[in-house]
Design a protein around this ligand. Sequence first.
Ligand code: FAD
Ligand code: NAG
Ligand code: NAG
Ligand code: NAG
Length: 552
Amino acid sequence: MSLVRNSNVAVIGGGISGLSFVYFLSKLRPDLNFTIFERSSRFGGYINTELHNFNGEKIKLEKGPRTLRGASDGTTIMIDTLIKMGHKDVINVIPSNSIANKKYLLSPENELIQVPNSLPSTYNFLRSSLGKGLLPGFLTEIFKPQKLNKKDESVESFLTRRFGKSLPNNIMSAVFNGIYAADISKLSAKTTLKSMYESELQHGSIVKSMLLKSLKFQNKNDDSKKIEISNVLKDYETAFPNSNYKISDLKSLLTKFPMIVLSKGLETFPSLIKENLSKNSKIKFIHNDPIISLTKNQNKLITLTTSSGHSTEFHHVRSTVNASTFAEFLQNGKLMTTGKEDSPTALIAQELKFINIFLVNLYINSNVLKNHGFGYLIPKSNKNNERVLGVIFDSDIEKSSSKLFTEDTFKALTSTNETSEKPKFPEIEPHYDSESQYTKLTIMMGGHYWTNHKIPSRETSIRAAKDALENQLGLDFTKLSQDTDFYIDSLLIPNCLPQFHTGYDELKFKFLESVKNEFGERLSIGGMSFGDGAGVPDCVQNAMKSALKLSK
Ligand SMILES: Cc1cc2nc3c(=O)[nH]c(=O)nc-3n(C[C@H](O)[C@H](O)[C@H](O)COP(=O)(O)OP(=O)(O)OC[C@H]3O[C@@H](n4cnc5c(N)ncnc54)[C@H](O)[C@@H]3O)c2cc1C
Ligand SMILES: *[C@@H]1O[C@H](CO)[C@@H](O)[C@H](O)[C@H]1NC(C)=O
Ligand SMILES: *[C@@H]1O[C@H](CO)[C@@H](O)[C@H](O)[C@H]1NC(C)=O
Ligand SMILES: *[C@@H]1O[C@H](CO)[C@@H](O)[C@H](O)[C@H]1NC(C)=O
């Protein structure tokens, strides 16, 4: 057992990584004592749903993440957790044939072009200026020479080598603006396009490997109709068994939906977990008192010191803060014990780069959108003077979302708990609330576009956001008056997203090895910087995996 009975565990950071780690580990090991340290006055970290007043109305604004995309293992674990805590009613979904599942890319001429999801939309896309060169690129990929070394390369270089310039310039640069706010000429192909990258190494061609996979799938189709789940979900199910349904059935239900949201905003998730943990007297919450240093003691325990000067010893420490804050803890710790800042682990951690996001929330009390959908992203081929990464149509998402669990759906989920049959889920029909008259948009700006520039002032950025909406969506702000017709709120989120640049996998390995050498099993790392990825489900999955490992 890596943690002796009644050990004291500290968690640094009260965001979703810290809270979910404590949730999982405390259920597996009720004997442990936990202290969660949070620097600010609120828990939830970047997940931040706010209610604002506009003309006597309360409007809900997401100041950080808002949607869970696709039925990843992490999302499945989150949804299962909500059900177990007794809150399945807050889960909303967007069916794949919903209006809100239409995604757009901005052409060089500032037109919204729908991302193909059907034959007609594929035809339209290929005919648009964004589609130029795409088809020849795909048709010739199989004949391109195979890469001979295993060295990492940028997403742009990888895609250009295999498919030509069109795919990275017109599509993938936009996609990665949406996920990491990152520059594809720096982003690691090995980390962020893992399966494509490995396909080339294995089969010499990505298209060939896709064809091989689909052949294999067709042959297998008859004998195994069961949905296969990953080892992560298998381990999860063993550790957190469910009395009335199988996790594979929940996963196959969720697979039908490209997007999941929570009815009162994403912050519901950390809030409900926090509420659940607060009932447990072995879990202590400390807020408004940041950790400033971390040191290893003679007796192998770890001492944490807060800015108010409190020092406490722990058997295990889980850090969920970003790499550069973590590096500061180590350097301050060394300074206190040796008088010098020299921590090799800190130096490695500091190699990870971050970008700033400027987020503009706009609420208009009328319907102004001509194209409906999830929103749009802007590829490299657009001049993009305003440096916008993308725009999310929050109102369309809200107007199209339906409750996941009606009585029938839940009944179907729990109906096959002992048989090998697949449950038959009732269809959730797409719907759109066309009665409500409002438009809610989020404009995401900055990211890698600001890397070599000074951060513009708030006024400049808001002006740029409005210009972008006028040029790209045809909005006319001269016809709208602030405070009666629209409401605008903005937030600069400094250094928030880690950039998984070429060589990231090696950097992560080097970092985790260094932590292990210096601290052994006494310290573990979660969060976005060196975890399983940058999304909320990645953070939750990472927390679950670590909790499981430590609980044994
Ligand atoms: C603008 C934006 C949009 C995003 N959109 C999405 C999305 O749509 N979907 C999605 O899945 N993901 C999205 N993400 C990513 C998502 O926000 C993260 O995956 C997730 O919130 C990370 O949670 P965390 O707990 O690891 O880190 P954090 O939320 O950063 O939590 C860390 C906590 O540690 C605290 N802390 C820091 N320093 C100290 C200290 N010295 N002592 C004590 N506590 C400290 C912080 O105050 C914070 O509360 C988005 C991120 C951003 C920035
Ligand atoms: C906390 O969550 C568990 C499920 O993991 C649930 O059984 C329990 O009732 C919840 N406790 C409270 C106080 O909400
Ligand atoms: C399966 O579901 C039934 C009815 O809900 C329940 O009585 C039974 O205990 C469940 N089986 C298992 C293995 O939990
Ligand atoms: C890391 O987290 C701290 C505290 O939340 C924040 O101030 C800082 O901007 C973040 N990013 C970096 C790279 O330090």
